[in-house]
Write a protein that binds this ligand. Structure first.
Ligand code: NAP
Ligand code: F7E
Length: 337
């Protein structure tokens, strides 16, 4: 049975990847951080009872602790390591640049060293990002487009990208970078713009919230569905040779277009509810991302199944159910039940 170690298993992508690996018969080991509150909500459905699902195991660890990563690699001896763990919020990386670099850049290096020094080095996947293109020099962006990161997050991811390439070239590791463009889902963190919009709009629809405050509506992103993108991630490690791949839909839409799409799904006039709050602006913005995934389409035989409208609709429907539960809880509280 193949064994995989996933960092960031409690995150959006970690949860979809864990589902995919379990469905393909893997034994999955997930690295989780110690927290004072529960944070395994996205994988609880896979981990209800260890007797029911013994192929998923969780271990405490942190990308800032190299000794712990080495011990885990040596103990588990995985066949594949997926490094999805990161401080992944671009705006937050301006507030916490040193922490972001420690986790997103040095964390990758710690993991690569643990792998290099292990007796049986596993294949390695690095969660690289379209944020590395930043101030883009060409559109669409491919594997050959030069990088120009615009945030501490983008810089940290660029460091990890090159270390992954370097460990492949210097030590012959089977190490791949997936350069993933924005991908979303009903499991997306609520402070990323798509989910913030679907949560806000559905709560407005049910009278739980009056306004939705956003930053730059003109930014354009190539948004895909996380469930599609983890398939590309897995396929990269199943190839004969390690390589780097762009994963994207090839379509780009503005934040404003996403707002319009979601509010129109709910029959609401967005201009009555959305207000601009400059606190959500970034010191330096990434204006326009649009990926060209031709290489992944050809070599991995991968293609995205969910487009922009379907994604907005899927997220809106899922958040409508959450808002409805919140409304019922609100009634019960008012009624003193
Ligand atoms: P996410 O939902 O924010 O999940 C991040 C995961 O990393 C969480 O499990 C988090 O654990 C964990 N983590 C944070 N700091 C850590 C540390 N110091 N040590 C160990 N684990 C740590 O992110 P995502 O959207 O699933 O993205 C997955 C990866 O792909 C990230 O590396 C992200 O930067 C990258 N990426 C994402 C996108 C995208 O559009 N989603 C695009 C390109 C690249 P807690 O649950 O404890 O916080
Ligand atoms: O912002 C604008 C904001 O935070 C998208 C991460 O997964 O994808 C993600 O990074 C755009 C930006 O994602 C708000 O200024 C407007 O232009 O959803 P986001 P991101 O920064 O693109 C990349 C590929 C990753 O690798 C990252 O890990 O939306 N925007 N108003 C806003 N953004 C937020 N968060 N909140 C607002 O109110």
């Amino acid at each position: 049975m193949n064994k995989a170690l996933v960092t960031g298993i409690t995150g959006q992508d970690g949860s979809y990847l864990a589902e995919l690996l379990l469905a393909r018969g893997y034994e999955v080991w997930g690295l989780i951080r110690r927290s004072s509150s529960f944070h395994t909500g996205r994988i609880d459905h896979l981990y209800k009872d260890p007797h029911e699902q013994p192929r998923l195991r969780l271990l405490y660890g942190d990308l800032t602790d190299g000794g712990n990563l080495s011990a885990i690699i040596n103990e588990i001896q995985p066949d594949e390591v997926y490094n999805l763990g990161a401080q992944s919020h671009v705006r937050v990386s301006f507030d916490m640049p040193v922490y972001t670099v420690n986790t997103d850049a040095l964390g990758t290096l710690r993991l690569l060293e643990a792998i290099r020094l292990s007796s049986r080095p596993p294949k390695f996947y690095q969660a690289s990002s379209s944020e590395m293109y930043g101030k883009v020099v060409e559109t669409p962006q491919t594997e050959k487009t030069p990088f120009h990161p615009r945030s501490p997050y983008g810089c940290a991811k660029l460091y990890s990208f090159w270390q992954t390439v370097n460990y492949r070239e210097a030590y012959g590791l089977f190490a791949c970078n997936g350069i993933l463009f924005n991908h979303e889902s009903p499991r997306r963190g609520e402070t990323f713009v798509t989910r913030k919009i679907t949560r806000g709009a559905t709560r407005i629809k049910l009278g739980l919230q009056d306004k939705l405050y956003l930053g730059n509506l003109d930014a354009k992103r190539d948004w895909g569905f996380a469930g599609d993108y983890v398939e590309a991630i897995w396929l990269m490690l199943q190839q004969d040779k390690p390589d780097d791949y762009v994963v994207a839909t090839g379509e780009s839409h503005s934040v404003r277009e996403f707002v319009v799409e979601v509010f129109s799904c709910l029959d609401l006039d967005w201009t009555k509810y959305v207000e601009i709050d400059e606190r959500y602006y970034r010191p330096s913005e990434v204006d326009h991302l649009q990926g060209d995934a031709s290489k992944a389409r050809k070599a991995l035989k991968w293609e995205p199944k969910v487009g922009f409208k379907k994604l907005a609709q899927m997220m809106t429907e899922a958040d409508m159910k959450i808002a409805d539960r919140e409304r019922i809880i609100g009634w019960r509280e008012k009624a003193g039940q």
